[in-house]
Design a protein around this ligand. Sequence first.
Ligand code: HEC
Length: 113
Amino acid sequence: MKMLVIPTIAAAALLAGAAPRLAAADAKDNWTKNCASCHGPDGAGHTKAGRMAQVKDMTDAKYQGAFTDEQAVKQIKEGFKDSTGKERMKAFADKFTDDEVKGLVAYVRSLKH
Ligand code: HEC
């Protein structure tokens, strides 16, 4: 039995490690877990937290045109505070690599209608 189980686990670990990371799938996953609470799964921001933070509709082409990719990267890393100093979007610099942030910006752009 032992002889069978150990190679199976080793093979599974090897497979998991070797599986290519799909950037697009990761971005969607990161979005769902970290951003959708405010921005909504579709980016429209129709969530309770989204209304409280006063997010704007990311499916709206006009809003998408109001910020550059660079600004989006900066905001994802540093977060957003309003003029009274209240944090309305969390900083995610510690959470994501530069590539993951870029993936999220691309994901945000894909929400535009
Ligand atoms: C706590 C609520 C909250 C969460 C969670 C959140 N955001 Fe935001 N987000 C906001 C608010 C509020 C704004 C600003 C709306 C405005 O401009 O008035 C914003 C704006 C943005 C913008 C526009 C940037 C700009 O320069 O105008 C991007 C891009 C963005 N968020 C991406 C993300 C991503 C990606 C995540 C997840 C990693 C995320 N947000 C998570 C609240 C949130």
